[in-house]
Design a protein around this ligand. Structure first.
Ligand code: URA
Length: 433
């Protein structure tokens, strides 16, 4: 088999076989096929697209290119959850203890990642002593004993995807639906779950800006997962404004804890219950959405979900007293109030821009090597649809120094748009597949 022939076949609109896809993935992972040939193939795929069959073969070849997590020692149906990401997305922190309290074992591999804030792992490190650097044995033991464990992503999980994603990033071939779907799903399949619930975001703060593209991506990922023998479900949710009110790291952990105490923001609470319902159904706990929702609400009211978070934090070396007293989670010392510049209704928020404000404060990573400040962030007192009077508090900025606040406030104010007429926020849940 020759890479040249594979490129030519795809360039001319042919359908690649499983053998051809495995040949290029294995050769590329081992360093036997050069970047220039693979980038040429990526561009051919970008223009000619891939069939469902090709997309599945690519996903499985990447999933099998390195280590796969073996979760067979864990009893029950293991349900994972993946979000395509956005601003203020702290969903896993509240969702996983809730579904665990309802009987779904949570064995999750999470990343740090680049972005406006840290990933789930960074956020969890706001608990003093907490570590995700646990052995596979401890990971399995904790899931069986407590019902929940989260470990850091190993370097060797789907290494082909890692290499290919980096190449796509510099060759203008990221935004192809099949390539995105296979990239995400290869990592999820390698992480060993029996069932996967996807949270596909849509809007100005999401990877997919339009609802049409978000539905198409969700459908493509659900098809891959089902063809790979996984139970699948996808929720398409709004990311046209930040989720909840907290954006940052420790501040998002506080908000997730308040949600587990039944005091969370309405939109965030609703999303967590919607995703949780899908997880309980895929996990075989119940087939009724109403019953699933009741169980989740009960786990909050009874304090069981909060106790699960505490047990999980403690089992991974963290101080569980912070779970019961979230105000102990340290926030940055400089607090600046951003005031509304005029009377009116908030009509729109440039969601990505709020994320950039968090990044400017030091709450996210610009490069893999950057340090991140877990204490900085923003709290949005007002969101789309809210009425404000000039001078009223729009938001609060938590910064490590005075100098950082000026440019952040300037950028923040440009991201908030006002109108004289009453405006309604977008629907949060756009659909479920
Ligand atoms: N996230 C991924 O993991 N892969 C992509 O291709 C795009 C987003």
């Amino acid at each position: 088999m020759r890479m040249y022939d594979i490129i030519m076949k795809k360039r001319n609109g042919g359908e690649l076989t499983e053998e051809e896809i495995r040949f290029f993935i294995e050769g590329y992972t081992k360093g036997e096929i050069p970047d220039y040939q693979v980038s040429s193939l990526m561009m051919a795929i970008f223009f000619q697209k891939m069939t469902d069959k090709e997309t599945l073969y690519l996903t499985m070849a990447m999933a099998e290119s390195g280590d796969k997590l073996d979760l067979s020692a864990i009893k029950g149906i293991k349900v994972d959850k993946h979000s395509t990401g956005g601003v203020g997305d702290k969903t896993s922190l509240a969702l996983t203890p809730m579904v665990c309290a309802c009987g779904v074992p949570v064995a999750k591999m999470s990343g740090r990642g680049l972005g406006h804030t840290g990933g789930t792992i960074d956020k969890l490190e706001s608990f003093p002593g907490f570590s995700t650097g646990i052995s596979n044995e401890t990971f399995i033991k904790n899931v069986n004993n407590i019902g929940i464990a989260i470990m850091g992503q190993t370097a060797d999980l789907a290494p082909a995807d890692k290499k290919l994603y980096a190449l796509r990033d510099v060759t203008a071939t990221v935004d192809n639906m099949s390539l995105i779907a296979s990239s995400i799903m290869s990592k999820k399949i390698a992480a060993g779950a029996d069932a996967i619930v996807l949270d596909v975001k849509t809007g100005s703060g999401a990877f997919m800006k339009t609802e049409e593209d978000s539905f198409a991506l969700a459908k493509e990922m659900v098809t891959i997962g089902r063809n790979a023998g996984r139970k699948m479900s996808a929720v398409i949710s709004d990311m046209d404004q930040p989720l909840g009110r907290a954006v940052g790291n420790a501040i998002e952990v506080r908000e997730a804890i308040y949600t587990l105490m039944g005091k969370g923001p309405e939109d965030f609470t609703e999303l967590v219950y919607t995703l949780g319902t899908q997880m309980l159904i895929l996990g075989g706990i119940t087939s009724s959405e109403i019953e699933a929702r009741n169980m989740l609400e009960k786990s909050v009211k009874s304090g069981k979900a909060l106790d699960k978070l505490a047990a999980f934090v403690e089992a991974q070396g963290g101080d569980k007293s912070y779970v019961y007293e979230p105000e102990k989670l340290t926030l940055a010392p400089i607090v600046k109030i951003i005031e509304a510049p005029r009377d009116g209704f908030i009509s729109h928020i440039d969601c990505d821009e709020i994320g950039i404000c968090s990044l400017m404060l030091g709450g996210g990573r610009e490069t893999k090597e950057s340090d991140i400040d877990l204490t900085v962030g923003l709290y949005l007192d007002k969101k789309v649809g809210d009425e404000v009077k000039a001078g009223e508090t729009l938001a609060r900025v938590y910064a490590s120094s005075e100098e950082k606040t000026g440019p952040v406030i300037e950028r923040f104010l440009k991201a908030y748009h006002f109108s004289d007429e009453k405006v309604s926020a977008n629907k949060l849940i756009r659909g479920i597949i």
